[in-house]
Design a protein around this ligand. Structure first.
Ligand SMILES: O=P(O)(O)O[C@H]1O[C@H](CO)[C@@H](O)[C@H]1O
Ligand SMILES: O=c1cc[nH]c(=O)[nH]1
Length: 233
């Protein structure tokens, strides 16, 4: 057991799906995994291990934002030996042509967070996913005829700052597809630890158009994201 994860040694698989919402982790375990066991409920940040098509997979809630994610990633990697980490998250589109329910595969993650600056003493690092894992996600989507959009995402520390439209201009002008809150540090930590990581995101709202998914749209697009993620595990 680590400080924030209550699993015993060996209870967490080498491949871990991560998402901000612990109840999404529970939903994934209940919907997609066979023989799932809950290995941790510390702080209600639920984690499960089960089987998908004969492969052992874990799914862990990480909370929202990079400081929270960093705690769970550190413990997953250092205390439990996680080797592959796939984020299955939601995001807000920053492009009016991106539709609700579309799926974005992150090719890189820019950020307004200070965490990378702390790590790199104020210099810039380009946080990138593992190329092999990212391209497997893209190929898997093609195989299943699921549309994905691939590009740079923006991991912000400030969810509600989105109400200021001026704020997004510089990022939009540099081709950023969407805002979310974790991928940047996921890629940086994975790079430092020699762990493979990628991020697959469902568009739950469009920040530019002020639109949000209905519950039905959320469910079907979420299912497509899971069909990609689970098949590259
Ligand atoms: O759906 P999740 O994985 O939580 O991801 C997004 O949703 C949360 C904000 O509502 C942030 O964690 C953001 O990154
Ligand atoms: O971080 C997020 C997630 C979904 N939608 C947003 O606007 N931001």
């Amino acid at each position: 057991m680590s400080i924030h994860i209550g699993a015993k040694d060996g209870e967490i698989a080498n491949t871990v799906l991560v998402c901000g919402d612990p109840l999404r982790a529970e939903h994934i375990a209940n919907t997609y995994l066979e023989e799932a066991i809950c290995y941790s409920s510390v702080r209600n940040m639920l984690g499960f291990t089960g089987n998908y098509n004969g492969k052992r997979i874990s799914v862990q809630g990480t909370g929202m934002g990079q400081p929270s994610l960093a705690i769970y990633l550190h413990e997953l990697i250092h205390e439990y030996g996680a080797k592959r980490i796939i984020r299955v998250g939601t995001c807000g589109a920053l492009n009016q042509d991106i539709e609700l329910g579309d799926i974005i595969v992150a090719q890189g993650a820019s950020t307004d967070s200070n965490m990378n600056k702390l790590i790199f003493s104020g210099l810039d690092f380009a946080p990138l996913p593992d190329y092999g894992l990212m391209s497997s996600a893209i190929k898997e989507a093609e195989r299943q005829h699921i549309k994905v959009i691939v590009g740079n995402v923006f991991s912000t520390d400030y969810f509600y700052f989105k109400d200021d439209p001026e704020r997004w201009k510089i990022w939009i002008n540099h081709g950023i597809l969407c805002a979310e809150m974790e991928s940047s540090l996921l890629f940086t930590m994975a790079a430092a630890e020699g762990v493979r990581a990628c991020s697959i995101l469902t568009v739950s709202d469009n920040i530019i158009l002020g639109k949000a998914c209905t519950t039905e749209e959320r469910e079907s697009s979420f299912n497509d994201m899971m069909k990609i993620a689970l098949n590259i595990c």
